[in-house]
Design a protein around this ligand. Structure first.
Ligand SMILES: [Zn+2]
Length: 465
């Protein structure tokens, strides 16, 4: 059994939406009141207020502020709990000091048990009834597996102006087929690498497969640029000077954000399609561990040692060229969404009982290593070097395909973890190669989960703080 979250889009009518907004406003007030309470007690009396003290205040609070009495008591408690979680993660050094939240951007509230609401659905569309507000709202969405949900969170996304219902369900999941990691079969294994020329390159032991880059952002970017230019020509608000935004500016801004939203959802759609396809066809994924933050960092400066005199001008020109190149690369890396792709493949492959191995990039250097003899070529690291010919064994291969092949060889045991060929012949099954990979510091996506930090009970609330 595993706890899964399923989100449905809500379609409230006008009266219902008014009630939802009203409830959201009250919860935001309560959230801010709890923060104010803690701050006040600390400043005046150097006293820390904990969750239970605040929870015990709720009945008298409701007597004073009667509008809160209509809301389900557990939703109020969970809002108080949100404050507690925010403070807990602050005390653990995971976050900054909790701030007051604006009502406009406040996200929503949670029903922390099965009481007070009802989901009228069998996992596909339906409606949800909120007893405290006395409304039944239509909802759309579908899930792969569904059981009686245990908690409900109502979420409002101000940027989209949409409401969502997010349920947690205890659903039965498939056990991992690779519990012992000893039965890794070659035919179900796929090595893949994320690139920019081709978004994903796969190798399943038989043939290469390339998923081309969608480039939709580049197309959409032109449109966004045009529209934001129009936006800049209209009267923007300026608080200091007391200038109000013109209606034409407001209208133009709406259009720009709509276009940006469209690009974002196109990207998510594409990512889901591609990753589902890979995960559905293979049981084991092999890839390199990504450090997207470092990869999409600024370009490094490089000194020109050959010409000390007049080098400044030259290197600065080169530097700006490198900068521009890196910026373009970053854009195309971020537009594909490298980090998310790996995560998506990981959870999709695990959902069907598979495994994702993440190899240590620094040790193996897949993009610089010859897949046949294992020699490392430093000059292969340059991204403009699209086609690799090994000067050691004359093996030649396309850049992206080469690194995928190296990873496949490592995972199947034909290369050891420092990238040297083991001379092992290709058999259909290799005993214990998975264990060997994990022992040597390779991460599987499952092994990562134990390192996550949690800030307390009611984990499902944690992500809404
Ligand atoms: Zn070679």
């Amino acid at each position: 059994m595993a706890l899964r979250r399923y989100t449905f889009r809500l379609y409230p009518n006008k009266t219902q939406e008014r009630k939802l907004f009203e409830a959201r406003r009250l919860h935001a007030y309560l959230y801010n009141a709890c923060i104010a309470h803690r701050r006040f007690e600390w400043k005046k009396n150097q006293r820390t207020v904990d969750y239970f003290q605040q929870q015990n205040c709720l009945p008298s609070f409701k007597k004073e502020w009667v509008e809160f009495a209509r809301l389900h008591s557990q939703t109020l408690q969970s809002t108080v709990k949100r404050v507690d979680l925010a403070y807990n993660s602050f005390f653990q050094g995971l976050r900054g000091l909790p701030k007051f939240k604006s009502i406009r951007n406040y996200s929503g509230w949670t029903y922390s048990s099965k009481s007070g609401w009802k989901a009228n659905t069998n996992g596909r569309h339906g409606s949800v009834t909120l007893n405290d507000l006395g409304i039944t709202i239509k909802m759309r969405g579908q899930t792969k597996s569904w059981s009686t949900p245990t908690t409900l969170t109502i979420v409002y996304k101000p940027s989209k102006r949409q409401w969502f219902a997010s349920f947690t369900c205890n659903v039965s999941v498939e056990e991992s087929k690779f519990g012992s990691l000893s039965e890794l079969k070659y035919e179900s294994m796929v090595a893949f690498d994320l690139g920019t020329a081709t978004a994903i390159t796969c190798f399943d032991g038989q043939e290469f497969e390339e998923v081309s880059n969608p480039r939709f952002t580049q197309v959409a970017e032109k449109k966004v640029k045009q529209e934001s230019k129009k936006l800049r020509r209209k009267r923007a608000p300026n608080r200091k000077k007391g200038i109000k935004a013109s209606n034409r500016w407001k209208k133009a801004r709406k259009l720009v954000s709509k276009l940006q939203r469209q690009v974002a959802s196109q990207r998510v759609d594409w990512q889901h399609k591609v990753t589902s396809d890979i995960a559905s066809r293979h049981d084991i994924g092999v890839t390199e561990k990504l450090n997207t933050k470092a990869m999409t960092g600024k370009a490094k400066k490089r000194r020109d040692p050959a010409s000390p005199s007049g080098a400044r001008e030259r290197s600065s020109r080169q530097g700006s060229k490198r900068k521009r190149q890196k910026a373009g690369l970053n854009k195309s890396m971020l537009s594909v969404g490298f980090g998310t792709l790996n995560q998506m493949i990981a959870y999709k492959i695990e959902a069907k009982g598979g495994l994702l191995l993440q190899l240590n990039t620094r040790k193996i250097k897949p993009s610089q290593r010859c897949p046949q003899c294992g020699a490392v070529h430093k000059n292969w690291a340059n991204l403009s070097n699209r086609y690799h010919i090994c000067d050691n064994c004359n093996f030649e291969i396309e850049r992206d395909r080469g690194s995928v092949l190296v990873m496949y060889n490592v995972a199947t045991g034909r290369m050891n973890l420092s990238g040297n060929p083991t001379g092992q012949p290709l058999t259909n099954q290799q005993q214990g190669c998975g264990t060997h990979l994990l022992d040597s510091g390779c991460l599987s996506s499952t092994s990562l989960t134990s390192k996550r930090k949690h800030t307390g009970s009611m984990k499902q609330l944690g992500q809404f703080i």
